[in-house]
Ligand binder design. Sequence first.
Ligand SMILES: Nc1ncnc2c1ncn2[C@@H]1O[C@H](COP(=O)(O)OP(=O)(O)O)[C@@H](O)[C@H]1O
Ligand SMILES: N[C@@H](CCC(=O)OP(=O)(O)O)C(=O)O
Length: 264
Amino acid sequence: METGKSDKKRIVLKIGSNVLTKETDHISRGKIEDIGNQIVALQDRYEFVIVSSGAIAVAKQFVNLESNGKEITVKQALASIGQPHLMRIFQESFRDLGLLTSQCLLSYSDFEREQSKKNIVNTINVLIANNYIPIINENDTVATDEIKFGDNDKLAALTACLLEADLLLIATNTNGICTKESVENKTFKTIDEVDDLELLNNEIVSSTSKHGTGGMKSKVQAASITQDCDIETWIANGLEDNFMVNAINNTVPFTKIIKPVYNE
Ligand SMILES: Nc1ncnc2c1ncn2[C@@H]1O[C@H](COP(=O)(O)OP(=O)(O)O)[C@@H](O)[C@H]1O
Ligand SMILES: N[C@@H](CCC(=O)OP(=O)(O)O)C(=O)O
């Protein structure tokens, strides 16, 4: 498949709902500006594809839908209400920084059909070649159980593989993945670099945060997808200002999930 890549390193940046809300009940324009500022600072060397959650969180700001007993259907309706608002905030904030945005809504089944995969790659490459930043979210209206059981971590990993990205950077609300013991006694010691996902899975605790869906487990599952296509996954604290620049410069704690190192 023609990838149409430039000389720049391609980063797929996944932004979780907690980062976008800065753990409040409102989408944070300040956080979206922070992300835009970092893209401006890095754009000479890197090109970006964003996978952004937050549609449900933004809708919850101003609507309380009657439940029909099916929690998933309510979430799908909330996502439908919130998505255009989310995109508007991205578009306005990024435009002020001279950045152009576009929206792509994808489903998991799109990654199983050759023609859809080609269309995704071609569309995104044309967008990037014309300096548009694709902002991807799941097409929640047609999703089956993903809103409940998975989340955008896996979607971001599949996207990174399809687009032959150089890096998947998952922005969440902790300094990467911490040792289980340190989470339990609240001292939070980051695991800096790891290749063995089974070992990593043993460090995960079952908690998720306020707006989060899959917790750390789904991030490790995402990393197993990217590992299979030779892409590193970094998990960094998106609540901090300048988290991408700082991770690239290695000045903050974060988790780097590298390709498996085999002992010959
Ligand atoms: N070992 C661990 N280290 C850090 N966080 C962990 C760990 N195990 C589970 N978690 C939980 O995973 C959460 C992040 O995932 P999630 O709530 O889905 O956020 P997001 O919206 O960023 O996807 C953390 O806030 C924490 O509660
Ligand atoms: N597509 C949904 C994603 C749901 C979600 O919470 O995802 P995440 O914050 O990545 O755990 C949305 O935009 O709200």
